[in-house]
Design a protein around this ligand. Structure first.
Ligand code: AMP
Length: 110
C-alpha cells in the first residue's frame, strides 16, 4: 500500500513543497516540532534505513545535500540545525517511507 508520502509525491494529496527534483521532495511537516521542520523524502519508496541497499547510496547522499541547500536558503547554516531519521515504531517512525527531518529553532538535546 502507498504511504502518505507516495501520495504527496504523486500529487494525490497536497503539501507545502519546499523543494523537488527527480530523486526527492521536501515538504513542511504538517505538525511541526520546531520553528523549521521540513521532511526530505526520496521518491523511491524505501521503508527506512534498515532496508537501504548499496544502490541507494546516491539517493541517501542526495538527501543530505538537499538538507544542506535548504539550510543555506533558510539562513540556518550558521545558527544550526539537526537532521534526524526515525527507524521502525520503536524508533519513533510513524510513516513507513524513509525521510529526513530537518529541524531548527528548538534543538532536541541528545
Ligand atoms: P516519523 O514519525 O519520523 O515517521 O515522521 C513522520 C512525520 O510526518 C511526522 O512528523 C508527521 O507530522 C509528518 N506528516 C504526517 N503526515 C503528513 C502530511 N500529510 N504532510 C506533511 N507531514 C506529514
Amino acid at each position: 500500500m502507498d504511504s502518505i508520502f507516495t501520495k504527496i509525491i504523486n500529487k494525490e494529496i497536497p503539501a507545502e513543497i519546499r523543494y523537488e527534483d527527480d530523486l526527492c521532495i521536501a515538504i513542511n511537516d504538517i505538525n511541526p516540532k520546531s520553528e523549521i521542520h521540513i521532511l526530505v523524502i526520496p521518491k523511491k519508496p524505501i521503508k527506512n534505513i534498515n532496508v537501504v541497499e548499496k544502490e541507494d547510496k546516491n539517493i541517501l547522499g542526495h538527501l543530505f545535500i538537499v538538507c544542506k541547500n535548504l539550510a543555506k536558503e533558510l539562513n540556518i547554516e550558521k545558527s544550526g540545525y539537526q537532521i534526524l531519521t526515525n527507524v521502525e515504531e520503536g524508533g519513533g517512525q510513524t510513516v513507513m517511507h524513509l525521510h529526513l527531518h530537518l529541524l531548527s529553532g528548538n534543538t532536541l538535546k541528545l
